[in-house]
Design a protein around this ligand. Structure first.
Ligand SMILES: Cc1cc2nc3c(=O)[nH]c(=O)nc-3n(C[C@H](O)[C@H](O)[C@H](O)COP(=O)(O)O)c2cc1C
Length: 206
């Protein structure tokens, strides 16, 4: 009985101190990217809600374009494995994507394509299944990158992820952020909070 009690209290203590892990990144490698600003805003909301958040900059993770021959001869590139591992250990993922020609940039699609494979060069849903995705976009155009999100949602769902119902688009991105990188429009900020809430971030206190 004592051993069972110790086991239960050990299990409880690990659960009670656990926080939701969230991974956040923008689908842009541009230095002054609006989507990087947006993803930092979303990440700080998730942190305030109690999540342990990792923000990635895809500039720090250069990955060759997905190629089945490269995969079969060299396996998964190290940076692709790093991102995929971070996705696997996260309960929720935040992606801010630019809109390129009415869809998502190649750099983001490439990350998703590599993440949809495993280290045995097989198709894998481990980086997507059972995870909630908050997707968002910032663009200088009046639509704020809405078209990119239509495609991003379809792609994520095709590989087994769940995209939350609210999606934040920031139009007129040139004027949308203040000098500190914060969203100026309070209504958009509120919508972003509502979107991040849907990730159901859990902070257990012991
Ligand atoms: C190749 C290319 C295609 C683009 N196509 C679109 C588009 O279809 N719709 C749109 O709203 N903006 C489009 N843009 C403008 C981007 O929204 C803008 O460059 C934005 O700042 C990119 O996001 P970032 O600031 O996060 O890098 C395009 C930009 C490039 C370079």
């Amino acid at each position: 009985v004592n051993k069972i009690c110790i086991l239960i209290s050990l299990l409880l203590s690990t659960t009670l101190t656990a926080e939701s892990k969230v991974l956040a990144f923008a689908g842009s490698t541009r230095h002054d990217s609006y989507n990087k600003k947006l993803v930092h805003e979303a990440a700080s909301i998730a942190k305030q809600m109690g999540a342990a958040v990792t923000v990635l900059d895809l500039n720090d993770y250069p990955i060759p374009l997905y190629d089945e021959d490269l995969e079969s001869t060299h396996g998964m590139p190290l940076n692709a494995k790093r991102i995929r591992d971070l996705m696997i250990e996260s309960q929720a993922i935040i992606i801010a994507s630019p809109e390129y020609n009415a869809s998502i940039p190649a750099v983001l699609k490439n990350v998703i394509d590599w993440a949809s494979r495993d280290e045995a060069s097989q198709s894998s849903r481990a980086a997507f299944k059972g995870k909630k995705f908050a997707i968002m976009s910032a663009s200088p155009s009046p639509l704020g990158g809405k078209n990119a999100l239509v495609d991003l949602k379809a792609i994520i769902e095709a590989v087994g992820g769940e995209v939350v119902q609210v999606q934040t688009c920031i139009p007129d991105a040139y004027n949308a952020f203040d000098a500190a990188g914060h969203i100026k429009d309070k209504k958009i900020e509120e919508q972003l909070k509502n979107e991040i809430k849907l990730l159901e971030i859990v902070q257990y206190k012991s």
